[in-house]
Design a protein around this ligand. Structure first.
Ligand code: IDC
Length: 360
């Protein structure tokens, strides 16, 4: 009996000591984290205040706002109320599918995102739909399911880039959209982006010819879907649309912008277009910190997105992956799909994620 009591006393003693050690360790860790948040190297870009978004609110997404449409130059929800979409783009869906699944998408929602763009490269030497059609469709579908499960809007992006002119792979694009719209035609949460960035010598007339085949095809399955159309010169030359808009309802025109690569003419360009009735959707923007002095690139990006939020122009930032390159929102060390902390974001990621919750 006595021996047993002694044993219990020793055990209790060990537990107490362990308990004290744990409390001390936890307090130190907490202190270190808080301390890093204030003075860490990365905090130069923007003051990090963490998640200001709508957390896991399931009352402010597709279920509430329904099918979107275009009224004048504005995007409106099913009740005709002006509505801004904000979110991030996947990297190439074939290359970084893991960052386009349910948890990462939910994580963007926590910060205030209500849209997620799924970038399906059309034709690329590292692999696109032309090279790997079945795999592309599988990944696009599974990302669509992840986005819809989060009550968010999904942009299905036919990511024309190295193929230059969307007419080059027009038949493949039609095949792709017939399958996606064929399966999700009734779903109000899907937005179709028919050509990411036409470039090279592609003219607005080429894009019009392409759109005149692809838009009616999509509308055959999804009669009211919002459709985004890229513009010449990597979707920068939005002014080419002035006086030459397409003859369809619910179409918006893409404007892309990269801080560090472009000057500050955007507000004049966008205002000029909007005053002539051109509805604009910034389906991709980013910050190229390798194209200039990083601090001024970040500042220009911050100004650009502040302008978009002020004007309630919808936007999507490039891109959600941990690829070791200037455009990534996540740091190369980030290998988790949720619960991201300050150190998981790059400097551009911090700006983008803060600005998702800008109006909250
Ligand atoms: C880049 C990716 C890069 C990839 C490359 C393929 O960040 O990892 O190797 O595409 O060509 C765009 C394009 C977008 C580009 C991005 C950065 O829409 O696909 O992604 N960018 O170059 N337009 C302007 C910049």
């Amino acid at each position: 009996m006595k021996k047993k009591n002694k044993g219990i006393a020793i055990l209790l003693g060990i537990c107490c000591v362990l308990g004290v050690v744990c409390v001390v360790e936890y307090t130190m860790l907490k202190y270190e984290k808080g301390h890093m948040g204030q003075t860490g190297e990365n905090s130069k870009a923007t003051e990090w205040v963490g998640n200001k978004g709508n957390t896991t609110d399931f009352t402010d997404g597709v279920s509430k706002h329904g099918a979107l449409s275009v009224d004048g130059v504005d995007l409106v929800d099913k009740d005709g109320k002006s509505f801004q979409l904000k979110g991030v783009s996947s990297h190439g869906i074939l290359w970084y599918p893991d960052f386009a699944g349910c948890l990462p998408v939910a994580e963007t929602k926590k910060y205030g995102a209500n849209v997620f763009r799924i970038a399906a490269y059309a034709d690329d030497e590292s692999g696109g739909y032309v090279q790997r059609p079945e795999e592309t469709l599988r990944y696009v579908r599974s990302s669509i399911e992840a986005v819809l499960a989060n009550d968010m809007y999904a942009i299905v992006d036919w990511h024309v880039l190295n193929d230059g002119n969307p007419l080059t792979n027009k038949e493949k694009a039609k095949e792709f959209f017939a399958q996606i719209a064929g399966q999700y035609g009734d779903e109000p949460g899907i937005i179709y982006e028919i050509c990411n960035e036409p470039n090279g010598d592609t003219t607005w007339e080429d894009i019009t010819a392409y759109a005149n085949e692809v838009i009616p095809l999509i509308r055959g399955y999804a009669p009211n879907a919002l459709i985004l159309v890229g513009t010449p010169e990597y979707s920068y030359a939005i002014t080419k649309v002035q006086g030459a808009m397409l003859p369809y309802e619910n179409v918006m025109y893409s404007y892309h912008f990269y801080a560090g690569q472009y000057d500050d003419a955007y507000s004049n360009m966008l205002e000029a277009c909007r005053s002539q009735g051109v509805p604009i959707f910034v389906s991709e923007w980013g910050m190229n910190i390798s194209a200039g002095e990083p601090g001024s690139v970040l500042a220009q990006g911050q100004e650009f997105v502040t302008y978009l939020n002020k004007e309630k122009i919808s936007w999507v930032a490039w891109s959600l992956s941990n690829k070791n390159e200037a455009f990534s929102l996540l740091s190369p060390e980030c290998n988790t799909y949720s619960g991201w902390q300050e150190e998981d974001f790059t400097d551009i990621g911090k700006i983008v994620f803060q600005m998702l919750g800008d109006d909250k």
